[in-house]
Ligand binder design. Structure first.
Ligand SMILES: [Zn+2]
Length: 151
């Protein structure tokens, strides 16, 4: 679980998964309202759900190591984990999986990373792949709103 003693807490990024979860569930709730009562409530639930769900998807990508720049959500360690456990893995990290910084981004951590040859991981979620995913989410929600209005 996320504690100030975890990598996430020490790197002051613990708010990100919390807000991602809040926005994800809020957006899902708005979608349920749209599905249940589209004729009476209009399109506002979709208009609210779309940015919430996009933000919930994008926010975890902001979690970065301040030493090596690793996007932890995108790291091999997290990608090997089933999707439903990824948040728990990120929140339980004691150190960056690449540079082993403890989240404090101290000069010693930076010196150790440089001495190790500045190892990096290749990002799985390239900007193009991320843009396609955001377009897919937005497209699906837009299609859902058209389907609901035509029924
Ligand atoms: Zn790192």
């Amino acid at each position: 679980m996320n504690t100030p003693d975890s990598w996430l807490g020490r790197s002051h990024q613990a708010w990100i998964p919390k807000w991602s979860l809040i926005l994800g569930w809020s957006g899902t709730g708005a979608l349920v309202v749209e599905l249940v009562a589209a004729r009476t409530v209009g399109v506002w639930p979709i208009a609210i759900a779309t940015p919430m769900l996009v933000a919930a998807f994008v926010l975890p990508f902001l979690i970065r190591c301040r030493i090596c720049g690793l996007r932890v959500h995108d790291s091999a360690t997290v990608r090997r984990t089933p999707v439903w456990r990824q948040s728990a893995v990120i929140e339980s990290l004691e150190a960056c999986p690449v540079c082993e910084d403890d989240g404090r981004a101290t000069a010693e951590s930076r010196a150790r990373w440089i001495k190790a040859g500045c190892p990096r991981e290749r990002a799985y979620w390239s900007p193009l792949r991320l843009a396609i995913a955001i377009l897919a989410i937005t497209g699906m929600l837009t299609m859902l709103s058209f389907i609901r209005w035509r029924v």
